[in-house]
Design a protein around this ligand. Sequence first.
Ligand SMILES: [Mg+2]
Length: 339
Amino acid sequence: MVVTDLTLLFDYDDTLQENQHDYSWPQLDFMKFVRGKFRTESPNGHLDYGEAQLFFAEYMLRALDFHAPDVQTMLKMVAEQHESLGGAKESFPDALQATYTTICEGAHITPNGVDIVSVLTLGKRVTPSQTRAPDVKTLIDLEASIDSARVKDLGFSKERFPGSLRLAYLAVCEQLGVTPDEADAREAYRIGTEAFDVDNYRRKGLLKGVPETLDYLADRGASMVLVTKGDREVQKNKLAATDVKRWFGDRMHIVPKKDAQVIHDVLEREGIQDYSSVWHVGNGLKSDVEPAISAGIGAIYIPRETWHFERSGAKRPENGARFIELKRFSDLRQVYDLL
Ligand SMILES: [Mg+2]
């Protein structure tokens, strides 16, 4: 083992593990649940618009993985495409296909023929029906606005998201003039807790190439520290479920936010004074690269920000900054000797 004085700080979410869609799945389940409560039967084998849109979003999450935007964005895109095509039933399949193609373009991936046939087929199954259930776009916008209003007071607390789903259910009942059912309100809350399902973290494991690469870096003698932002309990469960302790030991820091000051504090606690041999490895320009550069350490950027629409607005560091962009995590092996 060669000992170097190089220190690598690692981000966790979407750098070591895929967490992009932790909230997307419970959001879909929540909408299915609420719509199921207020739905009127539609003819055999046919879907109403809401069901078709939820199937579409689910299909995108499975087919495109982290390239798929969040659910709210996808539903908004479908609604806009459908409207721009005139909003008739006949144009709905084309609206789904156009949304799929736009997502692929944004993520720089080639649309796939099987996926196109699947979304067109899905779109053709739609039969508009009379239902009391709120349309899915209204539903997700309601949930998202309740949730983001609560961030101010509750931050990244574990209670926030499930509580927001419960409140969204209650708000729908009020809008429809229906007395809420306490058991249903509890179910809405429970669906929200799926976002923090430890078994799910364990099943997912770490991203491809991560364990081998961390082994390699450890063998090369790199000093490795983990710095992750979020709720203490939630992050602790994730780290335990994927056993990253074997690389980081007790050098794991859960921080409420990531900025220059927080990075300085972590480095001080780790007894590191020479910033010239420190690099931060993370997936986000705004959430990782910017804080690292402003803290005076190097930034290794492995993009994983869903798609470029979300990346727009985030700036790359100016020329001369200690900045390296890699395609995948395992490429750290190739650049290791240059750091
Ligand atoms: Mg991250």
